[in-house]
Design a protein. Structure first.
Lengths: 114, 108
């Protein structure tokens, strides 16, 4: 089954404790992206990647890091989480080989930083 | 800068009404326009439009794209309470750009 898998789905952590949210897709997609969603603010892009070893900042990259060492994985790293990073996070992927590919979403990761 | 605007931002209707949601965009190297429905979870895909004037239809939902005027509409006929959700429009150029969404509430 074609899917985007995020882990953990739910996490409560404390300020300053480094954490990684993993994202993996099994569709051989070139494009992957991270979004955060907060009430009233819609989907805001954090980082995206066009292919292996190619990453770019989105609209709200501050406080986040990403890496794309393998095509299927695109982890989101919070080096020193702060309460303003409490949010619902979505990973998504798409094919860029065919111009008309849709964007597939993971189920989301709800993060709370105390 | 690529931009997607949706209107209205919020809409309240009664069951059986027909609604039209709007999406206008400015994007470099347009490839496609996508509509998603989001309830209390991840967005679910509705339509992808790439060509002007060709209507995509799925049950009571339909959508059409006007590439000359740079907009799309999503129509929902005979609305039901289950249609209550946020409807997201996204445009794909080099990157995917999302609009703020339209929150639709369908009252019984």
């Amino acid at each position: 089954e074609a899917q985007v898998t995020q882990n953990p789905r739910y996490l409560i952590t404390v300020t300053g404790k480094k954490l990684t949210v993993t994202c993996s897709q099994n569709m051989n997609h070139e494009y992957m992206s991270w979004y955060r969603q907060d009430p009233g603010l819609g989907l805001r892009q954090i980082y995206y990647s066009m292919n292996v070893e190619v990453t770019d900042k989105g609209d709200v990259p501050e406080g986040y890091k990403v890496s794309r060492k393998e095509k299927r994985n695109f982890p989101l790293i919070l080096e020193s989480p702060s309460p303003n990073q409490t949010s619902l996070y979505f990973c998504a992927s798409s094919s860029f080989s065919v111009n008309t590919g849709e964007l597939f979403f993971g189920e989301g990761s709800r993060l709370t930083v105390l | 800068e690529d931009k997607v605007v949706q209107s209205p931002l919020s809409l309240v209707v009664h069951e059986g009404d027909t609604v039209t949601l709007n999406c206008s965009y400015e994007v470099t190297n347009f490839r496609s326009l996508l509509w998603y429905k989001q309830e209390k979870k991840a967005p679910t895909f509705l339509f992808m439009l790439t060509s002007s004037g060709i209507e995509k239809k799925s049950g009571r939902l339909s959508s059409i794209l006007d590439k000359k005027e740079l907009f799309s509409i999503l129509n929902i006929t005979a609305t039901q309470t289950g249609d209550s959700a946020v409807y997201l429009c996204a445009v794909r150029g080099q990157n995917f750009v999302f609009g703020p969404g339209t929150r639709l509430s369908v009252l019984p």
